[in-house]
Ligand binder design. Structure first.
Ligand code: 3PG
Length: 386
């Protein structure tokens, strides 16, 4: 019908023009053409970090607190629709590589982290070393110009401070949790982060969500509760560590949203600055909570048990912690928060399955059911939020 109407319109207009008086000439005012904007090179380090509108929605981290999508992005914050098909295919392939790398690096980190914590149960030092490795890698990259150093000012670091405090708490709490319970259990509890996001947004920020979002929290909370009560090696410190980590990461997102609006720092450099500031915050607490005496004795014991390879395990957990976080931030520069949250949940599935296999974690069917319900809940949440 629309096509028919469209085909009629020109002839009706022509008839009207034929019968009416010739119109006086009026100058046509057109808006000025936009000035040519030079395109940024497709450099990961150079790409600005846009703040997202709703950082609470994302499952994890300040790495989820990217800014609003660029003006040319589609409604869900993903990349522009005008991208030519081959470029879009290449972009999708690149995102696929990022995701695979992110999950693989995260699995490796979790395995080495747990191996280290089994032999050397000092989570305050291992979490400090993870931040130190990342800081050293990035400072060296900036010094050697492998990566472009960010252009930051005092305001940037001030706004980063609350983010870094929350990041530090979330990181240490997760590591404390993993020192006490199975890696799989920590990640099952961490898959409930969306529930924390919604509850904090609702009760602290007064935000409202559609009913399906609240309903989607039921399987998340119920699944986690089932997994927790049927966990064979349940430990309250391990459970609380994962819960505190969830809460801290949600607040990290809130602080990022407030503090980083309008700033333009690449994902990689943003995470690098976060690591450096978190390291500065964590260092005195690590000394106070554990300290060199305890570390020296523990280190000797671990080396005696494991052999010289222990040093490589520590190096691996520290370097892979930085690498997986860096790649996840780089992914976020390319994708919408929604896609990121789904990717993060799938990452947890890879970690849970890999760690159960590698550490021969005993799992009861009812325990696995709880984990499956919780993870399914996060997918339902993603859909409801969309
Ligand atoms: C940490 O040590 O910071 C946590 O293991 C982070 O976990 P996540 O990146 O899977 O949320």
């Amino acid at each position: 019908m629309l096509a028919a109407a469209a085909s009629v319109k020109p002839s009706a207009a022509a008839a009207a023009a034929a019968t009416s008086k010739p119109a006086a000439f009026k100058p046509l005012h057109l808006p000025p053409l936009p000035a040519a904007v030079p395109r940024r090179p497709l450099s990961l380090a150079a790409r600005p970090l846009y703040r997202q509108q709703d950082p609470l929605f994302v499952v994890s981290a300040a790495r989820n607190d990217r800014g609003a999508a660029p003006p040319s992005a589609t409604a869900d914050g993903s990349r522009p629709v005008e991208v030519a098909a081959p470029a879009e295919t290449a972009r999708r392939a690149k995102i696929g590589v990022y995701f695979a790398t992110w999950w693989a690096l995260n699995v490796i980190f979790n395995i080495y982290n747990k191996k280290v914590l089994n032999a050397f149960p000092y989570p305050w030092l291992t979490s400090t070393l993870a931040l130190a490795a990342g800081s050293a890698i990035m400072l060296a990259s900036w010094a050697t110009r492998i990566a472009e150093a960010p252009d930051t000012d005092v305001d940037f670091w001030k706004s980063l401070a609350p983010v870094a405090i929350a990041h530090t708490i979330g990181h240490v709490a997760a590591t404390v949790s993993m020192a006490k319970v199975a890696v799989s259990f920590t990640h099952i509890i961490k898959s409930s982060e969306p529930a924390f996001s919604v509850l904090v947004s609702r009760f602290f920020l007064g935000e409202h969500f559609p009913a399906p979002v609240y309903f989607s929290l039921l399987p998340i909370i119920g699944g986690c509760a089932l997994a927790a009560v049927t966990e064979l090696n349940f430990n309250m410190i391990g459970f609380m560590g994962a819960m505190i980590s969830n809460l801290a990461f949600v607040f990290r997102n809130i602080f990022s949203k407030k503090g980083m609006k309008g700033k333009s720092v690449s994902g990689m450099n943003y995470y690098a600055c976060l690591s450096i500031l978190s390291l500065v915050i964590l260092l005195p607490f690590a000394f106070a909570m554990e300290g060199p005496k305890v570390w020296a004795a523990g280190w000797q014991k671990a080396v005696a048990e494991i052999g010289p390879n222990f040093v490589w395990w520590v190096a691996a957990q520290s370097v892979f912690y930085h690498l997986y976080n860096q790649v996840s931030y780089m992914s976020l520069d390319e994708i919408s928060p929604l896609t990121f949250s789904v990717g993060n949940t799938m990452k947890r599935i890879s970690v849970i399955v890999a760690s159960i296999i590698i550490f021969h974690t005993p799992v009861q069917p009812i325990n696995a059911l709880g984990a499956a319900i919780a993870i399914l809940g996060t997918f339902i949440y993603s859909q409801a939020k969309q």
